[in-house]
Design a protein around this ligand. Structure first.
Ligand code: COA
Length: 500
């Protein structure tokens, strides 16, 4: 059985316990791991590392670099043990979020396409050890990734040593789904030859120098995926608004019924919004995206979506079960690429991707905050939303018009943190309606956003702010600076953005 998974006999000597592998990790090291939005990340070695540190009463600190968010066995366990000194580029784990926000861990929130680029160019320092979850290792020592690719190919390339976790809970049929292409460094970078989302341009494995493999750990711990909230009325309405917007684009000759390759963001709202496509008239859709969530699998099931290119399979527990049970159906309909390819600006721009991401808040001029609650509290990170938004054919942000039981307006005078600027954001969609910002000046944008997207409870307050701001001396992007963030301030003081 294990010879299916470790195909070079010489490598059997490297098989060891998770604890023995964890002993290779020393204080101050930088560890680059596989894993992307709780899929395909190493589990046994980090669990053993935390145990080891506890047993020895050692307070070691490591820098932990991944593709994106990973499960509790990596982020949660190490954050709670206080072992992470610096973390990048994205996370969704509560314990890590807490240690980021209380200052115990330095978190670097990065565009996901930049991570391999930064690592290769040496901007992130030396990678000491790469830890990669795999379904198998080939005769030549190359690594067959599991449910995500992320930044693993670059970490393997850059690291001094590689630890491989062979995860037997990951089906061998995953072999063949990855397409690994690593661009050369400038000035030798060549155009990336993806012309259609289903083009294969690389290898099915992560190239790895066999002599770098320092340890192999066998495990069967499943991906600890995140539940998705049930689709509620508001998300359904947002989805309907999105579909009506896309229909009008077809009517106006800017899209056809096949649309253009779709990208859909992470989280419950994004999942719900995409699910609405099922009942739409669009057909033969393709996706050039980053994460493949439950609704994407359902669209593949029904044949609405023909093909999806991404970097990770990111379903809920039920979605993961379904994916594994029907893997032979999905195998030729999904390609998993390194994140620098799935999120590559050149490809996104050339394919004409329609990018649909979720905002935490949007301001009246179209700036978007996707990351920091009340300006300072990190939620997850920018993820791939910037990679797609900046380069999309149409960049769309969806958000419910209010949060926290209606006490917060998601449309505010000024965002408390900027992730996506007014220059990149084309369309805002809430359950209230659609603001198409293309070709509009700042004041025209403000009118469109307030009229179409704001909740009626906050619309008069927004209009009042905007009208008074316009009376000021400078008329281009009118603001009243000492009031612009007063809504956030009021929420922090009183638990509501509303005025008594
Ligand atoms: N002010 C304060 N809090 C807000 C808020 C606002 N305007 N809008 C949302 N929130 C809070 C919600 O109340 C919720 O808080 P809770 O966890 O305490 O319940 C939390 O933010 C998440 O909101 P939710 O409505 O559950 O949204 P989601 O699961 O769809 O996630 C994002 C939304 C923005 C956090 C998520 O999409 C994200 O991390 N995006 C950035 C990365 C990205 O877009 N990647 C995609 C590239 S492929």
């Amino acid at each position: 059985m294990i010879s299916n998974r470790i195909r070079n006999k010489k490598l059997l000597d490297k098989v060891c316990t998770a604890k023995e592998a964890a002993m290779l990790i020393k204080d101050g090291m930088t560890i680059g791991t596989s894993g992307f939005t709780p899929s395909g990340y190493p589990k046994a070695v980090p669990l053993a590392l935390a145990e080891l540190a506890k047993e020895r009463n050692e307070k070691i600190k490591i820098n932990l670099y991944t593709g994106a968010s990973v499960g509790d066995e990596l982020d949660g366990v190490l954050a709670r043990a206080g072992l992470i000194s610096k973390r990048l580029p994205y996370q969704t784990n509560e314990s890590l979020r807490e240690s980021t926000n209380n200052g115990c861990c330095e978190f670097l929130d990065m565009h996901l396409s930049h991570v391999p680029h930064y690592a290769k160019l040496g901007f992130l320092g030396k990678i000491d050890i790469a830890i990669v979850e795999a379904v198998a290792i080939t005769k030549d020592g190359n690594i067959i990734p599991s449910t995500s690719v992320g930044a693993a190919p670059t970490y393997v390339q850059m690291a001094d040593k590689v630890i491989v976790e062979i995860n037997t809970s990951q089906p061998l049929e995953l072999e063949g789904m990855a397409d690994i292409y690593i661009p050369e460094k400038p000035p030798y970078t060549r155009p990336i030859p993806i012309v259609m989302p289903n083009d294969r341009i690389g290898t099915e494995y992560i190239p790895c120098d066999i002599d770098k493999i320092a340890a192999i750990v066998i495990t069967d711990i499943e991906d600890n995926v995140r539940p998705l909230a049930p689709i509620d009325e508001i998300s359904q309405k947002i989805s309907e608004n999105l579909i009506n917007f896309l229909k009008s684009e077809v009517k106006n000759g800017r899209l056809t019924k096949e649309l253009l390759p779709l990208q859909s963001g992470v989280g419950s709202v994004a999942n719900a919004v995409l699910a609405g496509l099922e009942k739409s008239d669009f057909e033969n859709l393709v996706c050039y995206t980053e994460v493949i969530q439950d609704s994407m699998l359902e669209l593949l099931d029904s044949g609405k979506v023909l093909f999806a290119s991404g970097t990770s399979i990111t379903p809920s527990a039920e979605g993961l079960k379904k994916f594994k049970e029907n893997i032979n159906f999905y195998r030729d309909k999904i390609i998993l690429r390194p994140q620098e390819i799935s999120n590559h600006p050149e490809i996104i721009r050339r394919l004409g991707v329609i990018a649909i991401n979720t905002a935490i808040e949007v301001d009246i001029y179209g700036n978007v905050n996707s990351t920091n609650i009340m300006g300072s509290r990190m939620m997850n990170g920018i993820g791939g939303s910037g990679d797609f938004t900046r380069n999309a054919y149409i960049s769309i942000f969806t958000t419910p018009s209010t949060a926290k039981n209606g006490e917060i307006s998601s449309i505010v005078p000024m965002v408390s943190h900027h992730d996506h600027t007014e220059h990149d954001v084309m369309v805002i969609i809430t359950e209230q309606g659609v603001a198409d910002l293309r070709g509009l000046s700042p004041k025209e944008r403000a009118k469109a956003i307030i009229d179409n997207c704001a909740h009626p409870d906050f619309r008069p307050m927004l209009l009042d702010y905007f009208n008074r701001a316009k009376e000021g001396k400078y008329k281009h992007t009118p603001h009243i600076l000492n009031e612009a963030l007063s809504w956030h301030n009021r929420f922090i003081r009183k638990g509501t953005m509303k005025i008594d």
